[in-house]
Design a protein around this ligand. Structure first.
Ligand SMILES: [Zn+2]
Ligand SMILES: [Zn+2]
Length: 141
């Protein structure tokens, strides 16, 4: 305790402590952000499908929810594009438009299983209701 008090008296030491704490906090934010984020910041080549006309193509997508990005809008019918998914159960192909995550507070209240089903619901097959679905990979195209 005494050393801490002595440090508090020394303004430079206090600054140093604050800076170190900030660095750790910032580093962990970047770390968590990096691992929780699915689309890479520079974009990824994804198979996309139109929610209107079903037109399918391969595009470099940064954020599929960015409606100002012309790459996220169908060239033919101007409807929003989603990631092309295929049902493992019935082979049905459909677009998945990721929904906004609930606010952090609400997400924290959710049980692990609820979080899990929440994620699964997003990609559920609209044809047979199966949750065993996979994004169509660019390699297969
Ligand atoms: Zn379309
Ligand atoms: Zn299905």
């Amino acid at each position: 305790m005494e050393t801490l008090l002595q440090m508090m008296k020394n303004k430079n030491a206090v600054k140093f402590v604050i800076l170190s704490v900030l660095t750790i906090v910032l580093a962990s934010i970047v770390y968590v952000d990096y691992f929780s984020r699915t689309p890479p910041p520079e974009g990824a080549l994804r198979v996309v499908k139109c929610s209107g006309c079903g037109d399918q193509g391969v595009k470099m997508i940064k954020d599929i929810n960015d409606r100002r990005d012309p790459k996220c809008i169908c060239e033919k019918c101007k409807k929003p594009l989603g990631y092309a998914f295929k049902c493992d159960n019935c082979d049905f192909e459909y677009p998945v438009i990721p929904v906004e995550k609930p606010p952090a507070g609400e997400m924290a209240k959710m049980k692990t299983m609820a979080k899990f089903t929440y994620v699964l619901q997003e990609r559920k097959c609209p044809n047979c209701g199966s949750v065993s679905t996979t994004p169509i990979s660019v390699e297969k195209k």
